[in-house]
Design a protein around this ligand. Structure first.
Ligand SMILES: O=C(O)CCC(=O)C(=O)O
Length: 303
């Protein structure tokens, strides 16, 4: 059985003192404070330029070694779709998590213990994804024990589609997913839901954005330099801004992190509110890398 009373540190109003007593640095606590107040923080130069160029080279050499598959997935505009769990097959990629020391400490403060890798997405170009919360895909038990840890591997500017977000949007829109799902199905929530349901996704995300804008919040973009890392709160609405110059790349990676041994579910659980009882342990094993736990999940596919 897993502990059912875990929360992000912010549930305790005195969390900063707890973190200080646990030996975390003032700088990590300040970053965590920003995650609490605005829903995200930026760590300048979280990893070195060398880490970034090595990671891009690793992707190019993977393309070279998997030419046939890679070509079959290449899009009409010459770009590649996002690449799932590249860190599972490349330690060069996993170093972007494990060597990002400041970022690790901030995650540990927020989780109240060591952050572990659940999954990752490597992007060759901007995602141009509409504003969304990640929680329907990263539905943990206990809830919201998740962080998005996004690193620019080359400069992300208005031209190549930087990250965008609604500062404060993690705190204002208290949208109940079960209510959204019930309304979507005309008042009769089916007994079983699929893990991914486009209609429910869109209904939930639109409600979140609408509530944020109704409360006077605005969307901002975050131009970042290579090596900068942005950590987002599980409930922060964020996405990829429009790509103005579509021929440009925008190499980046996002790690989805949780404390170790936290099960992660998808929309079938998120939108039904039916969490497995008694709470299960994750269905995956962990391996250790540079003192950190990494979910042992398959990787190396476009998706
Ligand atoms: O990289 C981006 O453009 C956005 C990434 C994102 O929204 C996500 O991975 O959830």
């Amino acid at each position: 059985m897993i502990p059912t009373d875990r929360t992000l540190c912010f549930a305790n109003p005195d969390w900063a003192s707890v973190a200080r007593r646990a030996g975390y640095s003032e700088s990590a606590i300040d970053h965590a404070r920003l995650i609490e107040s605005q829903g995200y923080t930026v760590v300048k130069s979280g990893v070195s330029p060398h880490h970034c160029s090595r990671a891009i080279d690793a992707f190019r050499s993977w393309l070279e070694q998997n030419k046939q598959y890679a070509e079959s997935k290449r899009m009409a505009d010459g770009h590649y779709p996002r690449f799932v769990n590249f860190h599972s097959i490349s330690d060069t990629i996993l170093d972007l998590f494990a060597d990002n020391r400041t970022t690790l400490e901030i995650q540990d403060v927020v989780f109240g213990g060591p952050a572990a890798v659940y999954t990752s997405l490597f992007y060759e170009r901007g995602s141009a994804q509409p504003l969304h919360r990640d929680v329907p895909y990263f539905c943990t038990y206990p809830r919201d024990l998740y962080l998005g840890v996004w690193t620019a591997l080359e400069a992300a500017s208005l031209a190549n589609g930087p990250l965008m977000m609604i500062p404060g949007g993690h705190a204002v829109a208290q949208v109940d997913p079960v209510e959204v799902a019930t309304a979507h199905f005309g008042g009769n929530l089916p007994n079983t839901l699929p893990p991914i349901h486009d209609g429910l996704w869109v209904a939930y995300q639109s409600r979140v954005s609408d509530e944020c804008f109704a409360k006077g919040l605005n969307m901002v973009v975050a131009p970042l330099d290579a090596g900068d890392t942005l950590i987002w709160h599980p409930l922060l609405p964020h996405g990829g801004a429009q790509i103005v110059e579509t021929h440009l790349t925008r190499f980046s990676i996002v790690f989805h992190t949780t404390p170790e041994n936290v099960p992660v579910y998808q929309g079938d659980v998120f939108f039904s509110g039916q969490y497995p009882k008694p709470p299960e342990l994750p269905r995956w094993a962990y391996r250790r890398y540079k003192g950190r736990s990494v979910a042992d999940l398959a990787g190396g596919k476009f998706g």
